[in-house]
Design a protein around this ligand. Structure first.
Ligand code: MG
Length: 205
């Protein structure tokens, strides 16, 4: 990961470990030739910097899908709420200005396409085989299932399905992401690659 981009990623708000980020960078770089890299849940752009910088190294494209109103854990009164991303006029979160600024600082404006909508809505119009899909959206079971069902079929053969926030021990975190990871394994359509901390990585057969 180039040091200038790494600096932007480290300074960005978000919930992604450095080792996980470095792995996202490598995966995007190594699979962007197969099709666009798609990120479900961008928040302020921390993971977008790793994925976008990887995509750029391969001459590829990153698509950042997010409605920018925050997931269930980002809402006011919840554990991961950040008052700085709350827009009082809208009475809702709005992380889009933060993402846009992150993309600018990381010099990714020619690499990243921002899709400002629900992931299901984006999936309805998405017809291109994706080189990689990174699922890091809502963490309720229904949100995770919907993202899995909408987006895992878009991954091209040889491409990557990555899922963030896997917690094998339920006392350490919610089970929705690891449940969809297990669904993907059980489907028989994917080969498991080594997990990096809470980042699950699967390759479509
Ligand atoms: Mg996450």
């Amino acid at each position: 990961m180039p040091p200038q981009a790494l600096e932007v990623a480290l300074a960005c708000k978000g919930f992604l470990d450095l080792d996980e980020g470095e792995r996202l960078y490598q995966l995007a770089r190594d699979h962007a030739h197969l099709g666009p890299i798609v990120e479900i849940g961008s928040y302020c752009g921390k993971s977008s910097v790793y994925l976008g910088t990887g995509a750029r190294a391969a001459g590829g494209t990153l698509v950042c899908v997010d409605h920018h109103r925050g997931n269930e854990e980002n809402q006011r009164g919840e554990l991961y709420h950040d008052e700085e991303v709350y827009n009082p006029a809208a009475q809702r979160n709005d992380t889009l200005p933060f993402l846009r600024e992150t993309i600018r600082k990381a010099d990714l404006e020619d690499v990243a396409i921002l899709l400002i909508t629900k992931s299901t809505k984006a999936a309805e119009i998405w017809k291109i085989p994706a080189g990689m899909v990174f699922i890091d959206g809502g963490h309720t079971q229904i949100a995770a299932d919907t993202d899995y069902e909408s987006w895992s079929p878009k991954v091209v053969s040889g491409g990557i399905l990555a899922i963030h926030d896997l917690f094998p021990d339920p006392s350490e975190g919610g089970q929705a992401p690891i449940n969809i990871y297990r669904r993907a394994v059980a489907s028989g359509d994917f080969e498991e690659l080594p997990t990096v901390k809470t980042l699950g990585i699967l390759r479509r057969k």
